[in-house]
Design a protein around this ligand. Sequence first.
Ligand code: NAG
Ligand code: NAG
Ligand code: NAG
Ligand code: NAG
Ligand code: NAG
Ligand code: NAG
Ligand code: NAG
Ligand code: NAG
Length: 524
Amino acid sequence: MKMPKCWKTGGNWQKTTGLYSSILHIPKGFVVAAAVGTVIFGILVVIFFPSWVKLIIHHEIVLRNGSQAFGWWAKPPVEPTIKVYIYNVTNADEFLNNGSKPIVEELGPYVYIETWEKKNLRFHDNGTVTFNQEKIYIFDESQSAGSEDDVVVVPNIPMLSATSQSKHAARFLRLAMASIMDILKIKPFVEVTVGQLLWGYEDPLLKLAKDVVPKEQKLPYEEFGLLYNKNGTSKDNVTVFTGANDITQYGLIDKFNGISHLSHYKTDKCNSLKGSDGSIFPPDITKNTTLYVYDKDLCRKLPLVYVEDIVGSDNVPGYRFSPPKNVFAGVDENPENDCFCPHGPPCTPAGFFNVSLCQYDSPVLLSFPHFYLADDKYRTAVEGISPPDPEKHMFFLDVQPLMGAPLRAKARIQLNLAVSQVVDIKQVATFPDIIFPIMWFEEGLNGLPKQMTNLMGLATTVPPVAHVALSVGVIVVGLLLLLVAVWRLVRGAHRLSSLQLAPGHVGSQTKKEKDVPMNNVNKN
Ligand SMILES: *[C@@H]1O[C@H](CO)[C@@H](O)[C@H](O)[C@H]1NC(C)=O
Ligand SMILES: *[C@@H]1O[C@H](CO)[C@@H](O)[C@H](O)[C@H]1NC(C)=O
Ligand SMILES: *[C@@H]1O[C@H](CO)[C@@H](O)[C@H](O)[C@H]1NC(C)=O
Ligand SMILES: *[C@@H]1O[C@H](CO)[C@@H](O)[C@H](O)[C@H]1NC(C)=O
Ligand SMILES: *[C@@H]1O[C@H](CO)[C@@H](O)[C@H](O)[C@H]1NC(C)=O
Ligand SMILES: *[C@@H]1O[C@H](CO)[C@@H](O)[C@H](O)[C@H]1NC(C)=O
Ligand SMILES: *[C@@H]1O[C@H](CO)[C@@H](O)[C@H](O)[C@H]1NC(C)=O
Ligand SMILES: *[C@@H]1O[C@H](CO)[C@@H](O)[C@H](O)[C@H]1NC(C)=O
């Protein structure tokens, strides 16, 4: 019964002599079996190591109370910014009275630094977690090209929404509307500060609506602002998959305020909310993967497809994803968009997405900034907007494909108002049918903190190296064992007893103290 002790004392990398001698004590059959086993293990390592790494990564990224991934997800140690650009109308009077083309001046960026945190986290047994997203916006004067007190002239969105909607109403209603607007001195353009336009100003029409409109159709606010009520914790309950049960659903929205499907569009596919909120994506992203991002204000989930390989901050490699060029294309070019046109034809023009169903029926159309991917006639209908430049105006997201983590992002969207001419309302009688650009913004993530990129760097660079090293190492050990077995077979054939000779012989070539355990073994 020498063998087990030999393994215990000598089975160690440094104690090679012990190992060596112990091999000599092991029956031949065992050495052959161990050698073959090791080689097979080596081959398994070659084949399956990448999937083991994936399993480990999957295990690590699952949202579990207390894990690192969970902490980063709930309170990202990043500094996202939103840059707002506003189209200031400089010839409002000539546009209304003289029929001239509107002239706009792009102002901005007005930059806000955001802090994100997921609040009121509630885990459920079925592998989902519910939260309320908090976003705090702090104005950053140093990065901004103006102040929040800059005065701008922009279309009066509540008014033009009301008048455009009344197009198909009874004529007396429109006339009534005209007199009310007369009394309240409501004009088609408003002069407000940037701060007011974004965060809210009291609007007489909304105030009135709040008082007179029946409760069910009531607008929830009496103030109007493009980012009104967005500074703080959202009331929306978002439920996402943690990945504990099915990693392919990791980070995807299960329910938004308790519902799993919108009801605006024609098909389940278009009504589906099953996209990421942008913070994490299902791992193992390939160049063929389509990522989906759902945002309430986008009114749908937005597909993103592979564009190119990129190198993110701290040299972490990743893939760039962007909406496909035909994402907002007309039905003739992209038949899949038919489902987004529930009341058409006519449908929204190519290059725009109609979000009126999510904006209390206001005629709001989204596009990419500077009408990127839309017909140029919309851009030139207004003076003062430079041609779109994909560098500056494309919507993109860089992800780390193994982990599904965003590395960098620029979510760029332009807000436009589709005004319809309504001649019965004298205030807007001269406001022609036009898609009027209001503003665009870029919500961006410029990079990740070192602590995150370091880990990602490790996760991307170590496994391939470890794979090769481990595969080679295990196979070499296996082959050495085989060699030993063969050598012993040969020695056995010559009937030479190597048992006494070997320990001293080998021991003389290494440090003496290392032989101590082995010598003890031999004495036993
Ligand atoms: C916006 O345009 C108006 C003229 O319509 C002008 O008075 C105002 O100064 C402009 N705002 C800025 C910040 O340039
Ligand atoms: C409006 O147009 C008329 C003639 O078309 C021109 O004389 C007048 O100067 C214009 N007014 C403004 C404010 O541009
Ligand atoms: C996470 O665990 C801590 C301590 O066990 C607990 O106080 C906290 O409520 C848990 N959080 C969630 C979201 O379950
Ligand atoms: C998981 O449980 C939550 C809470 O009970 C529920 O709202 C959600 O619909 C469930 N999701 C799935 C996929 O079963
Ligand atoms: C957002 O709210 C925080 C406090 O919660 C406040 O300090 C900050 O000024 C607000 N930002 C804006 C743009 O109003
Ligand atoms: C979110 O959930 C809370 C409690 O679970 C509930 O009181 C609230 O009404 C929900 N909010 C929305 C917008 O559904
Ligand atoms: C990606 O799609 C192309 C064409 O559809 C196909 O040839 C290729 O094998 C796919 N690659 C992966 C990794 O699925
Ligand atoms: C946007 O959608 C609404 C509701 O479906 C519709 O009434 C309106 O005509 C659409 N607007 C445009 C410009 O397509």
